[in-house]
Design a protein around this ligand. Structure first.
Ligand code: SF4
Ligand code: SF4
Length: 122
């Protein structure tokens, strides 16, 4: 199976190509996933499998899957598929086959801001 070498040029989540998303106050803020990675490092409970089909889960390389097979394998709170340094430059090593919860995470939403705040990323 082919594994992505990382995220595409912009975000792995749903921000626009320029990374600008509307924040809670109705303004626009820059949420650059490639310079962040906080939500991939916040809790081992976050990158859990939810609505994926068995076929989709089979595409995720086993070395990145938790022993209980309920989600991504984490080291402490950090997903094992995340490379790079949080808050500086990060990449998802399984971008093309990442779990549904990772696809649903939206830059600028409550979870995003919670994770970023935990790492002191504004
Ligand atoms: S915390 Fe927000 S900006 Fe950072 S990687 Fe996750 S969705 Fe992107
Ligand atoms: S699979 Fe990719 S997007 Fe999902 S938590 Fe791990 S590094 Fe982040």
């Amino acid at each position: 199976m082919a594994v992505s070498s990382g995220r595409p040029d912009h975000d792995r989540h749903d921000a626009g190509n320029d990374g600008l998303v509307e924040d809670d106050e109705g303004g626009e803020s820059l949420f650059d996933c490639q310079a962040c990675g906080a939500c991939c490092s916040y809790s081992e409970e976050w990158p859990r499998f939810t609505t994926e089909s068995d076929e989709a889960l089979d595409l995720i390389p086993l070395q990145f899957v938790a022993a209980d097979q309920r989600g991504m394998r984490c080291e402490d709170s950090r997903c094992s598929a995340l490379t790079g340094r949080v808050g500086v430059s990060t990449s998802c090593g399984v971008y093309d086959v990442r779990p549904d919860v990772c696809r649903e995470c939206s830059p600028g939403d409550y979870a995003c801001k919670t994770a970023r705040a935990a790492f002191g990323i504004k």
